[in-house]
Design a protein around this ligand. Structure first.
Ligand code: FE2
Ligand code: FE2
Length: 318
């Protein structure tokens, strides 16, 4: 039998394996946190989230009930108050769900979403954007995200889980790292010529084929389906959330033609249109489902946990 805490630390390890950063860089980050923690003063030290000393993914946390044993787990893209009530309702009907696993961060994991964004400097650098330029677009955006999430009602969902006594974790960048590496490899292998071919290549992945049932499949946001795709980069899959429109300028300067994202802000799409950069949105729910599925396959192999799918998540086993 496995506890939620064990599932979480297993997932952290798998997230590190799929991370675009070098392992040494992650170790250094954790070391620096330990040093800072030593120097910290109360009340901040007392309330510090000690999971941060072992786990580099600040948006991927056990929210409640880490010592509970898990045999059957509800998995969803967004697990919030309404979804926890649904789980409680299902348990009343005899489902016997032991825990909930959401993808989008809640509680402390959402409050610290901006802290994972630094890894986008590495994905941008690997795509050929100079590191100075990558720093220049990621840092201010992370600061904006920090201020944006600061006002949210962070205790709400954790308290619901506590009141209903449903052990709960949210794993965000850990899953997105899996989706990122998979999509990158897949498109390299498929080597599509046109934007239309990119969409067809993405549709070969079952999560995306499923997404057609809800008309939320891959879409060309800018560019024509007959356009040559040129140099394709998956830059909107992992590292917290989307970058802004200044990414488009850096793509032009660095010779990247086509951007693959899970979702794109309106201004980024407008800028891409202006600069003749192609944006293809693979689709949000299928992309998040893909990342979760790749992790769940490993969890299944290691611990054999049973899954109940809800809240936009589609389970596909590989
Ligand atoms: Fe995601
Ligand atoms: Fe997402």
């Amino acid at each position: 039998m496995v506890t939620l805490k064990e599932l979480h630390s297993f997932s952290v390890g798998e997230g590190i394996k799929e991370d675009p950063r070098e392992k040494k860089k992650i170790e250094k980050l954790l070391e620096k946190r330990k040093e800072n923690f030593e120097d910290m003063k109360d009340p901040k030290k007392e309330h510090y989230d000690k999971d941060r000393l072992e786990n580099p993914f600040d948006d991927s946390k056990v929210i409640y009930g880490e010592d509970s044993e898990v045999e059957k787990m509800a998995v969803g893209i967004d697990i919030e108050t309404q979804d926890l009530i649904l789980i409680d309702r299902l348990n009343e009907k005899g489902e016997d769900i032991d825990a909930a696993f959401g993808h989008h961060p809640e509680g402390r994991a959402l409050a610290n979403l901006h802290k994972v964004m630094g890894l986008q400097i590495d994905t941008l650098e690997q795509a050929g954007i100079p590191v100075s330029q990558a720093e220049g677009i990621v840092r201010p955006r992370a600061d904006e995200v920090k201020k944006g999430v600061h006002a949210s009602n962070h205790p709400r969902t954790p308290r619901t889980a506590e009141l209903l006594d449903i052990p709960f974790m949210t794993l965000h960048t850990i899953c997105d790292n899996h989706a990122y590496q998979f999509m990158k490899d897949h498109l390299e292998k498929e080597d599509p010529e046109t934007l239309g071919n990119v969409v067809d290549a993405i549709l070969k992945i079952p999560e995306y084929e499923w997404s057609l049932d809800y008309d939320m499949g891959p879409e060309i946001f800018t560019g024509d389906k007959d356009n040559r795709a040129g140099k394709i980069e998956v830059l909107g899959f992992t590292g917290g959330t989307s970058l802004k429109e200044d990414l488009i300028e850096k793509m032009v300067e660095s010779g990247i033609d086509t951007l693959i994202v899970m979702h794109a802000p309106k201004k980024q799409i407008e800028k891409a249109k202006e600069e003749n950069i192609n944006i293809i949105s693979a689709g949000h729910m299928p992309s998040d489902s893909l990342g979760i599925n790749l992790l769940l396959d490993k969890i299944h192999e290691e611990f054999g946990v049973e899954i109940v799918e809800l809240s936009g998540f589609k389970r596909i086993e590989r």
